[in-house]
Write a protein that binds this ligand. Structure first.
Ligand code: GCU
Length: 678
């Protein structure tokens, strides 16, 4: 059958002879169900899923007798009230659930209604994957905040979005038709995302006008059945630009009162609003520094406004000066987050979370984890990941990001010489913080595939899965997604797994390797090769490549001192060339092109070879995909084939332009005689 991709991984495709392997109950009993609630959604989703997979229409009943079977869904409290205590359930956290398929009835109980829905999706996911063995398991989230950030503009465009216009806005206002918003909320609920910040961090204050506030109410209503809360990004200068006040100084009582008032208005329309996301004093955005106030003063102003309503403030740590001078050897954008935030640790209100990009620069193909994660001890933090592959070929290249995210999340920052994995910092466990979690910059649009490419959906799926439990294996998560999206064919599984798992290393190989950054154009598009754009700019994304040497010297002894922002164990590793991993060599060190790597290759020869290897892998993706002809429906087969052919060609462009650029600069021949003037 043709697949437009809009159901994503929630297809509930029929499983041949499924009824021979398992007998699912014939009825669903939803406890204390009210129309439009997540429990109601759970009931409907179960009907839909069982119908799809087993061809069986569930009956809905309001109760079940002890000698007949049902799928019972409800909160733990509701379950206990109806059927008495439930053994083995364990300690459920907020959004957690318990799923038992061992008894006569299937039992799905959540700590709250959202958890009930998650349990229904988990049960259906298991069935859809043919996982029929009985289980009794408790599921709890590792972090309370699991949001997406949608960089949608009010005019309907999407910053760094590659899948058509916005599903939220059009021509300055919230859209009238929220069908796609519900469809998106459904997908996100199935991977246990619980919040969506709908507008761009480069925010437009007219989001706060009356018509849009009403629109926010409609959007929140469309998400609420899926247990998803709506959040918004704010423009710091709104009191002046939109409210007509003479200033937006966070310590001016009139400004404070203005925010309190508009916040009350927002909550009238969206009583369960999740909170605000704020980008301040970054890339030309206004902020508290304009008035010589601290970033904490700025964040706390919003915190006071949302506090009575139970809201959060996600305050971005992506603050840096975008007019720094490349002539200054010790200037370094990678230092900015710690420079701006370290002295503010402990000064943020309790409902503020500092949202930190995974690396210190900007969603690059390889970056060490941002040193701010282990610097802030008395501040709640979250990690910002980018699902939309801004620097990764913008969904014209296949790049499965699960392994990259895993590498960052498993990085041990060794704070106070103790285990301090990023995943345990942002969950709140390591520094005993009440809040913490994940923000995934999504990029979905009106394109039927949501992200502009069928295969890119593995990234959205993996994001939710890892935000819930970062200890899961990136390949296992991928394979769940493949089974749900493409079915059970072994060759399909093998090929898509192989392509996906090779995709990040391949992209790194033919874009920028050894920690040099992506080497993409950074002036305009962030697409395609342009190594020359990476120097002599005010943005501070530099490689410092010259005729004989390359790389940022981030050492304490001779460079920008960035290595010293890490805990002593990591700092001494990064300070020395010998102990710096090859894949971060040029991130931390400025070395001659003839510097030997641990592999014994020179830096320049590694560049040449890696670019050939990466591009060759991308060529193979085409043949690999072609081997699936007939095993994947036509629509998706053709769509992916088109993308893979583009990637194969573009990988050659990458290979040749990067290699030629460094050959021209260094004039060092390629030992394999592929690069240069032969
Ligand atoms: C990147 C991206 C911008 C975005 C910024 C941010 O620089 O290219 O489009 O606004 O990050 O995260 O704020």
């Amino acid at each position: 059958s043709a697949e437009d991709g809009s159901q994503g991984w929630l297809r509930y495709a029929p499983i041949a002879n499924a009824n021979d392997y398992i007998t699912v109950p014939s009825r669903v009993v939803a406890l204390n169900v009210t129309r439009g609630s997540p429990v109601y959604t759970a009931q409907q989703e179960l009907e839909r899923g069982i119908k799809g997979i087993f061809g069986k229409q569930l009956e809905t009943n309001s109760s079940v007798t002890s000698n007949s079977s049902a799928i019972i869904v409800g909160t733990l409290d509701a379950y206990r009230a109806a059927y008495g205590d439930l053994e083995d359930v364990g300690d459920l956290l907020d959004d957690g659930f318990f799923l038992s398929t061992e008894g006569l009835s299937v039992i799905i109980v959540g700590n709250n209604e959202r958890g009930v829905l998650y349990g229904a999706f988990e049960y259906l996911s298991r069935l859809a994957q043919g996982r029929f063995l009985p289980i009794s398991t408790m599921y709890n989230p590792q972090a309370p905040i699991r949001w997406t950030n949608e960089w949608n503009n009010l005019d309907g465009s999407i910053e760094r979005g590659y899948a058509g216009p916005s599903i939220f806005f059009r021509d300055g206002f919230v859209v009238d038709n929220v069908t796609r918003v519900s469809g998106y909320a459904r997908l996100l609920a199935s991977i246990r995302v619980n919040g969506i910040v709908i507008n761009n961090v480069n925010a437009n204050a007219t989001l706060l006008n009356d018509r849009n506030l009403q629109g926010l109410g409609r959007l929140a209503d469309a998400m609420r059945p899926y247990g998803i809360q709506l959040g918004i990004s704010l423009n710091f200068a709104s009191p002046q630009d939109f409210g007509g006040l003479p200033s937006f100084d966070p310590l001016d009582p009139k400004v404070d009162a203005w925010w309190a008032n508009i916040t009350d208005e927002v909550y009238k329309r969206v009583p369960d609003m999740a909170g605000y996301l704020v980008k301040a004093n970054s890339e030309g955005q206004p902020g508290p520094l304009t008035y010589n106030r601290t970033l904490a003063d700025g964040a706390n102003m919003f915190a006071r406004a949302v506090k009575p309503h139970g809201g959060l403030v996600m305050f971005r740590a992506f603050v840096y000066d975008n007019h720094i001078s490349p002539a200054n050897w010790t200037a370094d954008r990678a230092n900015a987050a710690v420079d701006f935030f370290q002295h503010l640790d402990g000064k943020f209100d309790e409902n503020v979370v500092v949202q930190i990009k995974y690396g210190a620069i900007d969603f690059q193909v390889r970056e060490p984890a941002n040193p701010l994660f282990s610097t802030l001890r008395n501040t709640s933090t979250s990690i910002e990941l980018q699902i939309t592959p801004e620097y990764f070929g913008q969904n014209d290249h296949l790049v499965y990001l699960g392994p990259l995210w895993k590498e960052i999340l498993e990085t041990d920052m060794r704070a106070d010489s103790r285990p301090s994995k990023i995943k345990d910092i942002v969950s709140g466990i390591r520094f005993k913080r009440p809040l913490g979690g994940y923000a995934g910059v999504s990029g979905v649009g009106t394109n039927a595939t949501w992200l502009g490419s069928h295969l890119a959906m593995s990234n959205l799926y993996a994001y939710g899965r890892l935000a819930w439990d970062a200890s899961q294996d990136a390949e296992d998560v991928l394979q769940d997604w493949i089974r749900l999206t493409f079915g059970f064919d072994e060759q399909v599984m093998e090929i898509i797994t192989d392509m996906s798992m090779k995709s990040w290393p391949a992209y790194e190989n033919y874009s920028g390797n050894l920690g040099i950054q992506t080497l993409t154009d950074i002036l305009y598009t962030h697409f395609g090769p342009n190594p020359a754009s990476q120097d002599n700019n005010g943005w501070g994304q530099w490689t410092r490549a010259d005729k004989v040497s390359i790389g940022m010297d981030r050492t304490v002894k001779n460079g920008t001192g960035n290595a010293g922002q890490y805990s002593p164990e990591l700092a001494s590793m990064y300070e020395n060339i010998e102990t710096t991993p090859d894949n971060l060599l040029l991130w931390f060190h400025h070395v001659p092109y003839t510097q030997r790597l641990k592999s014994n290759k020179t830096v320049i020869q590694h560049f040449y070879d890696a670019h050939y290897e990466g591009a060759a892998t991308a060529q193979k993706f085409v043949e690999q995909w072609e081997s699936l002809k007939g095993k994947v429906d036509e629509e998706r087969y053709e769509n992916v084939l088109f993308e893979q052919k583009f990637q194969a060609g573009h990988a050659l462009v990458w290979r040749d332009s990067i290699n030629q650029f460094y050959y021209n600069l260094s004039e060092i021949p390629d030992v394999a005689k592929r690069v240069g003037n032969h």
